[in-house]
Design a protein around this ligand. Sequence first.
Ligand SMILES: *[C@@H]1O[C@H](CO)[C@@H](O)[C@H](O)[C@H]1NC(C)=O
Ligand SMILES: *[C@@H]1O[C@H](CO)[C@@H](O)[C@H](O)[C@H]1NC(C)=O
Ligand SMILES: *[C@@H]1O[C@H](CO)[C@@H](O)[C@H](O)[C@H]1NC(C)=O
Ligand SMILES: *[C@@H]1O[C@H](CO)[C@@H](O)[C@H](O)[C@H]1NC(C)=O
Ligand SMILES: *[C@@H]1O[C@H](CO)[C@@H](O)[C@H](O)[C@H]1NC(C)=O
Ligand SMILES: *[C@@H]1O[C@H](CO)[C@@H](O)[C@H](O)[C@H]1NC(C)=O
Ligand SMILES: *[C@@H]1O[C@H](CO)[C@@H](O)[C@H](O)[C@H]1NC(C)=O
Ligand SMILES: *[C@@H]1O[C@H](CO)[C@@H](O)[C@H](O)[C@H]1NC(C)=O
Ligand SMILES: *[C@@H]1O[C@H](CO)[C@@H](O)[C@H](O)[C@H]1NC(C)=O
Ligand SMILES: *[C@@H]1O[C@H](CO)[C@@H](O)[C@H](O)[C@H]1NC(C)=O
Length: 577
Amino acid sequence: MPPFLLPLLCLSLLFSPHLLSAFPSPQPSHLLRPSSHPLAPSVSSPQQYLDPTFPSLLLPSAPPAFSIPLLSHSFAYTYNLPPFTSPYFPPSSPWSRAVLHLSVSCAGEQYDRIAAIWLDRVELLRTSTAEPSESGVFWSVRKEVTHYSSLLNNPPNGTISVMLENIVDDTFTGVYHVNVTLDFYLSDENENRKSTTPADLIIPVSEENADTGYWFRIHNGSDVRFTQFSIPSNTFRAVLEIFVSFHGDDEFWYTNPPDSYIKNNNLTTGRGNGAFREVFVTVDGNYAGSIVPIPVVFTGGINPLWWAPVVALGAFNLPTYTLELTPFLGVLLDRKSHEIGVGVTDGISFWLIDANLLIWLDPNSDLTSAEVVNQADESFISREYSDLLLNGTFDIKASRASHFSGWVNSSFGNLTTYVSNNIEFNSLVNFTNNGKDKYVLMNTKQNISLKISSGEKGDDIISQEFCEREYPIKVVTKTVPGEHDTYTSVTSLSHALYDKKYGQSGNEVYANYIIDRQEADGWMLVQDHSVLSGSASTVQMYEYGDDDSVYSRVVQVKDGVITSDNVTESSGLVHSS
Ligand SMILES: *[C@@H]1O[C@H](CO)[C@@H](O)[C@H](O)[C@H]1NC(C)=O
Ligand SMILES: *[C@@H]1O[C@H](CO)[C@@H](O)[C@H](O)[C@H]1NC(C)=O
Ligand SMILES: *[C@@H]1O[C@H](CO)[C@@H](O)[C@H](O)[C@H]1NC(C)=O
Ligand SMILES: *[C@@H]1O[C@H](CO)[C@@H](O)[C@H](O)[C@H]1NC(C)=O
Ligand SMILES: *[C@@H]1O[C@H](CO)[C@@H](O)[C@H](O)[C@H]1NC(C)=O
Ligand SMILES: *[C@@H]1O[C@H](CO)[C@@H](O)[C@H](O)[C@H]1NC(C)=O
Ligand SMILES: *[C@@H]1O[C@H](CO)[C@@H](O)[C@H](O)[C@H]1NC(C)=O
Ligand SMILES: *[C@@H]1O[C@H](CO)[C@@H](O)[C@H](O)[C@H]1NC(C)=O
Ligand SMILES: *[C@@H]1O[C@H](CO)[C@@H](O)[C@H](O)[C@H]1NC(C)=O
Ligand SMILES: *[C@@H]1O[C@H](CO)[C@@H](O)[C@H](O)[C@H]1NC(C)=O
């Protein structure tokens, strides 16, 4: 079966401390959780942290055929240091599936940190850490990496790099102990798993100089970073997988007021520029696609008491985003050097972004040919701001519709790829009570459709896929100033990720969905950026379903303790005869 007859890659869900701004005008901040929870019963043994997000049924549960330990390292004072590296030796026996396994432990007092794992400049995982406790915390992340098989079998340089910038001193004592292993499996134990034939070549779109990590550090909206590359002359498919995280003044970009509000009230915060961001990609300087990132809250975010021991959606395995670039092969297939650029519309400092360009080669021919047929992109944004001193209402609506198509002639035939990307974005940031109360509501809907056809008119469909994603977030904060530079914040958060995918490949149809939601409430007493006391509860609801199974898990947490954890699983709902 030619590779394009398999399901396509679509949006894949393989899924510095900052001072508090001037009071009033509560800005969500990056806070430090007390290393012993003020209200939790004191625990003396290390506690396991989790993100009950990714269904066990998608990852193999059987022990691997063999494992390769990649790296074992303790990240103590690593600030301003280059990534830690370790040589990588590819497996010497065959395998069919690979899962990256990260395990981390930490005890003491520490902020959450961002981290990434690269193999030869190709990012494998973007992750963030939990804030530890005196008695210690530990967790692990497993991520499917089978789609990097060409790199795993044939790394050009053979170096694993892990960046985890940490500061250890008299106050911040938490050292992150990290193990990274690759688990290899022989055959697919889960026959229903949909997979795409792995790419033949993976080109990193990332920083060349390792000193500050291979990610691009993006500081503003005009800071577009580029990678030069050329592709083999028999390429028939190209997909870009993007890794994104936001930090500093943009860590909570979806809650930022416009600069006018900050200026009119003589506030000192840098967290401005409104609440809209879009990560865009260019090919030779022309727009080639974009995404509005899912707002991932790190474990020091908004109310850090929420994120123990269940962390926020995606915090341990940040979502990646894929853009189909096959329609652009018409410009890339000339053996010349080209340029992919990444940037953040309206971004402020700083964003960590890089990407992997996945390339598929024609096994039967040295030469493919291609042409771009259609490149249409329309976008719209409206901003309605009204404010009176510290009260203010800031509305942003944005939308985008882009359509790209192009044909590629290969030994599989002359096939045309159509890609449509539709984005609908709505944001409301509302300050009342003279800036002490803040209400934030953001919702993004992004649909991507992909169609491959062999006919002149695009009606002879060989394969198609639709991905619908929606990720609303609501953050409500009420702040009461207290004595001795303290304040009390009553906070609630509701956020979700709805992800639905359906498609057809040859005669086979398939569909699956993920619903991942958290509802969190609580209060905290804060001084500087340390939480002194408080109480918090989080409910995490996760559901995955496909043609023949449904998996769901509901975890309830109160003041650092899991009070209920309910897994229900059903399979064989639909029996195909
Ligand atoms: C890392 O691996 C070593 C050796 O197997 C083990 O002693 C240690 O507990 C592991 N640490 C973590 C965080 O998994
Ligand atoms: C390539 O390998 C050398 C030697 O091991 C190492 O110093 C360098 O960082 C590696 N480069 C990349 C991009 O991993
Ligand atoms: C944007 O960031 C780049 C890189 O840090 C810097 O060179 C440039 O001056 C900045 N532009 C603006 C308008 O701030
Ligand atoms: C901001 O500062 C300016 C200059 O000091 C002053 O005139 C103005 O009244 C201040 N605005 C507010 C809202 O405090
Ligand atoms: C299309 O590709 C096939 C297979 O590589 C090749 O034989 C054929 O000549 C190509 N057609 C054109 C018009 O280039
Ligand atoms: C996405 O697709 C669904 C189902 O067709 C539709 O209801 C929704 O309006 C679409 N949203 C966008 C942003 O195109
Ligand atoms: C802003 O919040 C206040 C108080 O909760 C509410 O009365 C008002 O309707 C909100 N404004 C908008 C535009 O939602
Ligand atoms: C701001 O809104 C509050 C109600 O939320 C009101 O009591 C206060 O007077 C308003 N301040 C100004 C300057 O209008
Ligand atoms: C491929 O098909 C398109 C129309 O769908 C046509 O315009 C183009 O010339 C064809 N290319 C080749 C190499 O046959
Ligand atoms: C677990 O879920 C099942 C099915 O929804 C429900 O009947 C049961 O009451 C739940 N148990 C708890 C402890 O929530």
